[in-house]
Design a protein around this ligand. Structure first.
Ligand code: SAH
Length: 217
């Protein structure tokens, strides 16, 4: 067994010990090569349970948070899921191992280009990407049975909730950058949304509009 395999198994065991019990979620984290999504400078930490920096001042989420949010979405192999904030593409790859189709939106063109190249390389053909403002979702493909927001929204993104199907789940960190953010699950019940606080978290902000090439990092 390689050193990496041992680290990977240790990570999966620790996730299980922390309440990640859905075998599909554990299996997806085991099968997606996180080492290929991290910046090479942090390769030795790819299988540690921590968030790591990626390009454009963004981060790849901590494996526990990826697993926890994925589990909270209650995916099956029939689910159509929308992700806001593609980043490195790691979370989308995990979703793609479980759900039928993944639609993912990123505002940074360069990050999206790299993530798309990785999806091609890993033959994850059920992921569809879009360069755009995630606050607007992907109305042409709505409704979605599941929506995951991987950047913190200072206020509840109503346009995204409106793109949920009946009984659909949205998991999103709500709060402003630097302050307390809470991961919340919203479940659509007709025209209203049942809200359930899950965890305190820290994410980079969900900003408005698309990235411009020379934007400060
Ligand atoms: N899911 C990613 C981590 C995301 S970090 C992964 O697995 O690696 C948050 C991402 O959200 C960043 O890439 C950031 O550029 C993006 N983002 C922030 N605001 C956005 C918006 N309004 N629309 C789309 N993407 C946004």
């Amino acid at each position: 067994m390689s050193h990496d395999d041992a680290r990977k198994i240790r990570l999966i065991m620790s996730l299980r010990g922390r309440g990640i019990t859905d075998p599909a979620v554990l299996g997806a984290l085991e099968r997606v090569p996180r080492d290929q999504f991290v910046d090479p400078a942090f390769l030795d930490q790819a299988w540690e349970d921590r968030a790591l920096p990626i390009a454009s001042g963004q981060t790849i989420s901590q494996p526990f948070i990826v697993a926890f949010m994925t589990q909270a979405l209650q995916l099956t192999d029939r689910t159509k899921v929308l992700e806001i904030g593609t980043g490195s593409g790691y979370q989308a790859a995990v979703l793609a191992k479980i759900a039928r189709r993944v639609y993912t939106v990123e505002r940074h063109a360069e990050l999206l280009r790299r993530a798309q190249a990785m999806f091609d390389r890993l033959k994850l053909h059920n992921i569809h990407t879009r360069h755009g403002d995630g606050w607007k979702g992907w109305p042409e493909q709505a409704p979605f049975e599941a929506i995951i927001v991987t950047a913190a929204a200072p206020e509840v993104p109503q346009e995204l909730l409106d793109q949920l199907s009946e009984g659909g789940r949205m998991v999103a960190p709500i709060g402003s950058a630097g302050n307390a953010q809470r991961l919340v699950r919203f479940v659509r019940e007709g025209e209203s949304f049942h809200e359930e606080p899950l965890l305190d978290v820290r994410f980079v902000p969900l900003v408005h509009g698309v990235g411009v090439p020379n934007e400060a990092r």
